[in-house]
Design a protein around this ligand. Sequence first.
Ligand code: FES
Ligand SMILES: [Fe+2]
Length: 415
Amino acid sequence: MDTKIDMLSRLERRRQGFSLDRPFYTDPDFFKIDMELIWYRDWLFVGHDCEVAKPGSYFTVQIGVYPIVVVRGQDGVIRALHNSCRHRGSRVCSAEKGMAAKLVCPYHQWTYELDGSLLFARQMGDDFCKQDFGLKQAACESVGGYIFVCLADEPADFAPMRAMIEPYLAPHRLTEAKVAFESTIIEKGNWKLVWENNRECYHCAANHPELCKTFPEAPTVTGVQGANSDPEMLAHWAKCEAAGLPSKFSIDPAGQFRATRAPLLRDAVSYTMSGRRAVKKYLSDAVSADRIGSLLLYHYPTTWNHILGDHAVTFRVLPISATETAVTTKWLVHRDAVEGVDYDLAELTHVWTETNDQDRRIVEENAFGIQSPAYEPGPYSEMHEGGVIQFVNWYADFIGPRLVEGEKPALKNVA
Ligand code: FES
Ligand SMILES: [Fe+2]
């Protein structure tokens, strides 16, 4: 059966409030369509402005079959270039990150400017027109220190995302931060299982002893419902907004991105075992208010985030296959914070390193069990898993119309 028709009919027949049919989590053909209709079409968080702080600094990222290099030009502009040489297609930059005056293909040394234009190609004849062979660009936007790229020929409007998210992020000045540490783990589970796990804290008490010292498991914090009638949240927003920090719960009409600020447990100010600060220097020179909790921000399908007073922890999800997902975590601190003086790296990273590994195991066990022919979609807890219900609904509503439209030959970016 045609996979798109199969997907669509399963989405139409699915039971509301239940997990999805097995192929959504396991089938390589379903995965390919997720990639075509979501990952190659929509805005994806790839990294931070502060990782490409100077002209010539770059990092590479693999989005499905697309290698991309994100580089800051001599003009200060951050661009996303397709990392595929216009000579015979070799990957131009193979390092994860680096600094380069020009981008030189290692195969035959075609040499590109940082904006992707071709500067030099050896002995290509008199008719050769360099202007025709610049590296292709992908759409690239940055907001509040977060770089997003979009591989579509006609990217969706980024303005609504910018308008909603920017005020929350601005005081935290992540453009001026630095990455103190990063880690990438591969979770043997479909990207949607990674998200489903992230969107609830029903599992937290039994699985995350370190995180639960400071992070509340209340559904009003993790989920998308009830925050506006939770007196603790209301009081926290009032306090933080008085200190100049936008904090109220906001969600875009389609549910693709949400921001809210939540208090941590008791007197905790950071994700440490003691609840005390991990970094002596505040993350932002503009934010020194006490106990601001965590700014929680997600954007489907690539990122969720915790921004605290002393540091930020950012997450990037990238699918590898139907049953493998890369999760990259970055710990951001003030750029002048000095390791060993202002923070101890082990202390800074301990809680989320443990939490990530616990979540990896959870996701892998979930994926393992779903492989069983005995698996059938099960009911989410409305009380605790409202965030998961919302994610699955977003997925279904987002991909559903595209499955139909995909019948038309309009998808130039399908790989
Ligand atoms: S493939 Fe890049 S220079 Fe030949
Ligand atoms: Fe978790």
